[in-house]
Design a binder for this molecule. Structure first.
Ligand SMILES: [Fe+2]
Length: 158
């Protein structure tokens, strides 16, 4: 087996189980996309893997942001800007893929991995610390966990 793009390890834990679980899933989806590109699977297969990664990411961001609002996180606005900037970039990429102006390259996969590592290790860890002290177990969380497991994420952001 060839090396994965992104090897998960405990150093990426932000100390909040729900967020760690979702980051683990995200890393898995990113690795799947890497495999699809590396094995030169057809563009439809690659595209559907990308779309799944994007949908999961958007839902994960929505969940994280809700946890931030619930716990009155002081850096919420700043953190949200990072999320939105990435979503905007990815949306532009999807448009370029649709029009045939771009393809998914290893350079792009590398960018996504670096973005995720940086975001987790800097921004998310800062929030994780806050949430450990100020977070409360909100009543929407069990439904969210169930939905994330079943990949019914649309209801969180559409
Ligand atoms: Fe985040």
């Amino acid at each position: 087996m060839m090396a994965e793009l992104f090897q998960w390890s405990d150093e990426f834990s932000v100390g909040v189980g729900d967020i760690d679980d979702q980051h683990f899933e995200l890393v898995g989806l990113l690795n799947q996309l890497h495999t699809a590109v590396r094995e030169r699977r057809g563009s439809a297969a690659v595209r559907s893997t990308l779309d799944e990664l994007v949908d999961y990411t958007r839902t994960h961001f929505a969940v994280e942001e809700r946890m931030m609002r619930d716990s009155a996180y002081p850096d919420y606005a700043e953190h949200r800007i990072y999320h939105e900037a990435l979503i905007d970039q990815v949306r532009a990429l999807q448009q370029k893929l649709d029009s045939g102006e771009a393809s998914i390259t290893f350079e792009l996969l590398h960018f996504l991995r670096v973005w995720l590592v940086r975001h987790i290790c800097e921004s998310d860890k800062r929030f994780g610390k806050w949430y450990q002290e100020h977070g409360t177990r909100a009543d929407w969380m069990p439904a969210m966990q169930q939905a994330m497991k079943q990949r019914r994420w649309w209801q969180f952001w559409r």
